[in-house]
Design a protein around this ligand. Structure first.
Ligand code: FAD
Length: 190
C-alpha cells in the first residue's frame, strides 16, 4: 500500500506541518510506504499556461506535471493536507490540480460522457480552518467544501474519498486542543 501526501502550507512550523509530520510518522510506524510532495518546498509552478496547453495538444506532458502524474499513478492512497483559504484550496494546490489532474490522465471525454481515470485510488483530505465548527455546519460551508473538493475534484476523477477531516478554529483553540487534534490523526482510517 503506497501513500502519496500532497501538502500545501508555506510555513514549516505551521500546524499543518505538524499534521503532515504526524501522518508521516504514523504511517511509517505501521510500515507503510509514504512519499511527500511539499508543494511550496518544491516550488511547484501552479500556473496552467498556454505552453502547457500547446504541449497537451501535441500529446506531450510538461516534465514537472509528468513527474507528479507518475507519483499519483504509483500511489494507492492520496492524502491531501492543507488549510482552508478563502473557503477553498490554497492557490498552489488549486494550480497543482489544474495542471496535474489533466484531461487524458485524470479524466477523459468518451462517448459523450466524462469518465474518471483514477479509479481504484483512495483519497483522505485533512483540512484546518480559522472559523469555528458551528459556522461550517450551520451555514453550509462544510457541505459546500465537501461538494466542491470531494465530489468536484476527486470523485469526478474516479477516486474514492475515504474521509474528509476538518480541524476547526485551529489558531484560536488551546494548545491542549491542538495536541488532541494531532492525536486524532491516528484514529483516521488510512
Ligand atoms: P498556524 O497558524 O500555523 O498555527 C496555529 C497555531 O497552532 C499556532 O498557535 C501555532 O503555534 C500552533 N501550533 C503549531 N504547531 C503545533 C503543534 N505541533 N502542536 C500544537 N500547536 C501547534 N479560515 C476559514 O475558516 N475560512 C477561510 O476562508 C479562511 N481563509 C483564509 C485565507 C488566508 C489567505 C489565510 C492566511 C487564512 C485563512 N483562514 C480561513 C484561516 C486559516 O484556515 C487558518 O489560519 C489555518 O487553517 C490554520 O492552520 P495553520 O497550519 O496555518 O495554523
Amino acid at each position: 500500500m503506497k501513500y502519496l501526501i500532497i501538502y500545501a502550507h508555506p510555513n514549516p512550523k505551521s500546524f499543518n506541518a505538524a499534521i503532515k509530520e504526524q501522518v508521516v510518522s504514523y504511517l511509517k510506524s505501521k510500515g507503510k510506504e509514504v512519499v511527500v510532495r511539499d508543494l511550496y518546498q518544491l516550488g511547484f509552478n501552479p500556473t496552467l499556461s498556454g505552453n502547457d496547453f500547446a504541449q497537451f495538444l501535441q500529446g506531450q506532458i510538461p516534465l514537472d506535471i509528468k513527474k507528479e502524474q507518475e507519483l499519483i499513478g504509483e500511489a494507492d492512497t492520496l492524502i491531501i493536507i492543507h488549510p482552508i483559504w478563502w473557503f477553498n484550496l490554497p492557490a498552489i494546490l488549486k494550480g497543482y490540480i489544474d495542471r496535474v489532474f489533466s484531461h487524458g490522465f485524470a479524466y477523459k471525454f468518451a462517448d459523450g460522457e466524462i469518465k474518471g481515470l483514477l479509479t481504484g485510488k483512495n483519497v483522505i483530505i485533512i483540512n484546518t480552518t480559522g472559523g469555528p465548527q458551528e459556522n461550517y455546519e450551520n451555514f453550509g460551508y462544510k457541505d459546500a467544501l465537501k461538494l466542491t473538493i470531494c465530489n468536484g475534484i476527486f470523485a469526478f476523477c474516479g477516486m474514492s474519498v475515504k474521509s474528509h477531516k476538518f480541524f476547526y478554529a485551529v489558531p484560536t483553540v488551546s494548545n491542549d486542543a491542538r495536541t488532541k487534534m494531532l492525536e486524532e490523526i491516528k484514529a483516521l482510517d488510512f
